[in-house]
Design a protein around this ligand. Structure first.
Ligand SMILES: [Mn+2]
Length: 350
């Protein structure tokens, strides 16, 4: 596996030097963050990321993410033009040596939580979603600002988007994903890039808005739209794993054996009855997921894709971007190293 770490560019308080000091760190997961969805990424910006990574002995070969414009997901307006721009961005990433691009097809909101700094008994904080807090919200009538949502929309724009997606429905969203994949995957193949779709987080409909990358059946359907290693998954254990109906170990095994996982987001969550969950430390015993079993099926399948510690808690007084502090993600990286070393050596010695 190729160990990687998300970095938010110049505005990230965590330096590439610090990232390079994490044992075994190989790749930086980054993006051109100052260009709006639907616009072409300047080659100089990509070159600059590549250079600064190399200055610290790191490789810039994985992007998270190239955002998909809402017009593409809705199949409206300037959809065709934005797909062409998307293809151009894939080519430009390929030119600087990028091998994997993560993206998602979540309408409007991207990931959703009800609180970003829920305090645990040990004083650490993490992101949580409490179903009872969600149930009281109606974005069509209330002014709501949930953490993680794109603040550039006005409440009225959000309402218009929500109505448009409610009208589109799941099958409409599938149709638009199919059109998108059939255009971009051949370009990714030519560019030597694997596209890795991130599951919906959480993996169920919110406010009646369709969400489709949610479960094994739907992942099968997504992968079959274009049957190519370039059309693969970013399998986020914490996203798919926050509902008990997804058997994460079985899913990782199945898709790793078929070589359809390009990127693993490794994160643990505690599932709480009634549809709630809390992000927890990476260690298996801290949450609901068996991180050892997940690693073992990856190693047994000969997985050689990218892995990164996903969201971490805030610990040791660190402040910053929720989920993206240095300390707990570095602990996560070290834990991931240990799991892989143990599983790989056990496999060799069989
Ligand atoms: Mn993730």
């Amino acid at each position: 596996m190729k160990l990687s770490f998300r970095h938010y560019g110049d505005s990230d308080p965590i330096s590439l030097e610090y990232i390079s000091q994490i044992p075994g760190m190989r790749s930086v997961v980054s993006a051109v963050y100052d260009v709006a969805p639907g616009k072409v990424w300047p080659r100089e910006s990509l070159e600059k990321i590549k250079r600064s990574c190399e200055e610290h002995g790191l490789i810039f070969d994985i992007v998270e993410s190239v955002p998909v414009h809402e017009d593409i997901k809705l199949g409206q307006g300037r959809c065709d033009e934005y797909i062409d721009v998307y293809c151009e961005n894939i080519r430009r990433c390929g030119e600087v040596g990028v091998k994997c691009i993560t993206y998602n097809f979540m309408p409007v909101f991207d990931w959703t939580r009800t609180q970003l700094d829920r305090k645990a008994p040990d004083g650490s904080t993490s992101l949580v979603l409490y179903a009872e807090q969600m149930a009281n919200l109606n974005p069509l009538t209330d002014d709501i600002h949930l953490p993680g949502w794109d603040a550039s929309y006005t409440q009225e724009e959000v309402r218009d988007l929500i109505r448009a997606y409610q009208e589109l429905g799941e099958e409409g969203l599938w149709k638009n994903l199919e059109k998108f994949l059939k255009k971009i995957i051949p370009v990714a193949e030519e560019s030597g890039i694997r596209m890795a779709i991130h599951p919906d987080d959480p993996p169920y409909s919110i406010f009646g808005i369709p969400r489709i990358i949610t479960c094994e059946e739907n992942v099968d359907r997504m992968l079959s739209i274009v049957d190519s290693p370039a059309n693969s998954l970013c399998l986020c254990t914490g996203s798919l794993g926050c509902v008990a109906s997804n058997d994460i170990v079985a899913m990782v095994k199945k898709y790793a054996e078929r070589d359809r996982i390009a990127f693993m987001h490794m994160r643990n969550v505690k599932i709480i009855e009634g549809g709630s969950f809390e992000e927890r430390a990476h260690l298996s015993s801290c949450g609901s997921l068996d991180m050892y079993a997940i690693t073992k099926v990856l190693v047994d399948a000969g997985f050689d894709g990218y892995v990164r510690p996903d969201h971490g808690r805030m610990i040791w007084g660190e402040t910053g971007k929720p989920g993206y502090g240095l300390f707990d993600r570095a602990l996560g990286a070290t834990y991931i190293n240990g799991l892989f070393e143990a599983c790989e050596k056990a496999k060799e010695n069989k």
